[in-house]
Design a protein around this ligand. Sequence first.
Ligand SMILES: [Zn+2]
Length: 199
Amino acid sequence: MQILHPFAGSVQQYNEQLSDPDVHRPGSCPQCQDKHPLTAHGFYTRTLIDTVFDGVIRVRRYLCKACQRTVSLLPEFILPYLRSSLIVIALFLVTRLLAGQTIEAAAAAPPAMPYQRGQFWIRRFRAQAPSLCASLAALTPPTPAPDFVHRALAMLQTTGWIAAHRFLLAGLRCHLLGWPRGLAPDGRRAALSSAAAPA
Ligand SMILES: [Zn+2]
């Protein structure tokens, strides 16, 4: 399970403060609610594409001895399961959907990327927009807009994308672009049910 590392700052600052496992050690387990502090359990690495960074970062992991499951602390500039940082994705969506630039122009802005990646984000954002509008209404009044996509973008711009992501993930277990299939609705792997097996 991934939860948010309560940290705001640059990628470099994040890397520097990762070495001390006590700084943000969860005091209880978010999965089984056991009340004991979790045990440091190493790191995993993942790639990250940010506006000024393209490389590998480490993500700290903790183990709950009660339920034997791990919890990873994801820095808040990242959305689970996406390689590009939240700011890169936000800039693309705003450029394409609010400023109305072509998808090729939006994808060519640094860090340049294949426009298909942007299409994938747009598809997920469109599907997610109605529920984003509903959820973000707790943070900011709904903005008059012609459709859910424009309203969600305006509300995200007002709230701030990282603040909105923090609220959605930490508070509601919602993924700003929607969880990948199999992890909905809250980012946990659903238990396989024998009833779901094909007949
Ligand atoms: Zn646990």
